[in-house]
Design a protein around this ligand. Structure first.
Ligand SMILES: Nc1ncnc2c1ncn2[C@@H]1O[C@H](COP(=O)(O)OP(=O)(O)O)[C@@H](O)[C@H]1O
Ligand SMILES: [Mg+2]
Length: 396
């Protein structure tokens, strides 16, 4: 790769979810370095230099740093769990980053629960490391429970059970030993969703010099949500594993009042983590479960949702999160008059639905200013005719 005088950004993870951002970076004329362990990473074609390295492997990623010494002006990740890697190398190279301690708390489900305990509503949970622990703790969950790996995402490490379902030692050990690095898992109260509402939300915020400047909520659709049963083909939710997201609606359909409550939670969360004292721009996203007892933070993370989730559907809404991350990663700030350009929406709604076919995730989209029922009708038709969301068409 020839390093021109152009600026160089290192994006960690180059899967399908990162395509809109990779594309945007190239369109803006930057050099783009991508690291991803998949040699056929979908973003590879956009990269000036591609490194086939696991996104959470700090040791191996050092070779990238060496190769580009002093030539990188921003390091970030979007829609991936590699925020610790991004912040670690950004810090080491004296580039803008969010505190490593925040990444540390956010990437470990146990540390997240410990941090939030007594501050914001949390499901009852225990860290367990043996079958004996499991049997002992089981008694505390009379309405069902979940077992979770500490740092596996994408629902790969999530299992839910009825309260009377006791695993055999063999079954339990399989889950416990899935990630040999940890050998510890969380046993957690199974949350029951509030009725007649989409049960989860992703709330994204960007903070500049301690103040929230961007706030948006996206409804996440899960097989448990009755809205899915009413509006979507059965094939989409019938065989889904618990905890698998079917799609999302951007922006959220929840009432203004409900959204205000979530904004207050995000403000409190940001203050607890110290976002109110941080200079320049920092991202905070949380996944929120609407339980019978009120909203509960399931996860929090210092990076943008990205992909078709928010960055993708946000493009349709006129919001420029990929451009924003380019600026943020280089330590930039948004001037007052720029806020409208980056973050003002055009009143459109987007409904994105995904479907797994032989381990490949396909996406369908419907969008416009129409009522949500009409978007569901549109998307049903697209699913029937297999009209897929093609990145380039929407994101270029
Ligand atoms: N305690 C819980 N009760 C009910 N559902 C849960 C609970 N924890 C997680 N889930 C479901 O599983 C999904 C994945 O869990 P999460 O903790 O977000 O892990 P990850 O996204 O890293 O796989 C959530 O989005 C949610 O739908
Ligand atoms: Mg999650």
């Amino acid at each position: 790769m020839t390093i021109h005088n152009k600026k160089t950004l290192w994006m960690i993870a180059g899967g399908e979810m990162q395509i809109p951002t990779a594309h945007c970076i190239k369109r803006k004329g930057y050099n783009l370095i991508i690291s991803d362990k998949n040699p056929r990473a979908p973003c590879r074609k956009y990269a000036d230099k591609f490194f086939c390295i696991d996104i959470v492997d700090l040791e191996k990623s050092k070779s990238i740093e060496k190769y580009f010494k002093n030539k990188i002006s921003g390091i970030f990740t979007i829609a991936s769990d590699a925020h610790y890697t991004a912040n670690y190398f950004a810090k080491k190279n004296k580039l803008h980053h969010t505190k490593l301690n925040i990444s540390k708390i956010c990437k470990d489900k146990n540390l997240t629960r410990k941090f939030l305990k007594g501050k914001l509503s949390q499901p009852k949970n225990y860290l367990i490391s043996s079958y004996e622990d499991y049997i002992k703790k089981l008694k505390n969950f009379d309405k069902g429970y979940a077992l979770k790996q500490l740092n596996l995402s994408g629902s790969k490490g999530f299992y839910e059970f009825k309260s009377n379902h006791k695993l055999s030692k063999k079954q339990f050990s399989k889950i416990l030993n899935f990630n040999l690095k940890n050998k510890k898992i969380l046993i957690e109260e199974k949350l029951l969703p509030k009725r007649n509402t989409l049960s989860e939300m992703s709330a994204e915020t960007i903070w500049q010099d301690g103040k929230i400047i961007y706030f948006n909520c996206v409804d996440r659709i899960f097989p448990r949500d009755t809205m899915a049963y009413k509006n979507l083909p059965k094939s989409l939710y019938n065989d889904y594993k618990a905890g698998f997201e079917i799609g999302h609606i951007n922006p959220s359909l929840k009432s203004k009042n409900e959204i205000l409550k979530i904004k207050r939670i995000m403000l409190k969360l940001g203050n607890l983590l110290g976002y109110n004292k941080m200079k320049k721009c920092h991202i905070l996203k949380a996944d929120i479960f609407f339980s019978e007892k009120g909203p509960i933070i399931l996860e929090m993370t210092p990076r943008l949702s990205g992909g078709y989730d928010s960055t993708g559907s946000a493009i349709i809404r006129g919001i420029k999160l990929s451009e924003a991350i380019i600026k943020i990663s280089q330590g930039g700030r948004f001037k007052k008059k720029e806020l409208k350009y980056y973050f003002k929406d055009n009143n459109k709604k987007a409904l994105v639905i995904s479907k797994y076919i032989e381990n490949k995730r396909l996406f369908y989209i419907a969008f416009g200013k129409k009522k949500i029922n009409n978007l569901f009708k549109d998307i049903k038709l697209k699913i029937k005719k297999n009209i897929l969301l093609k990145n380039e068409k929407y994101f270029i």
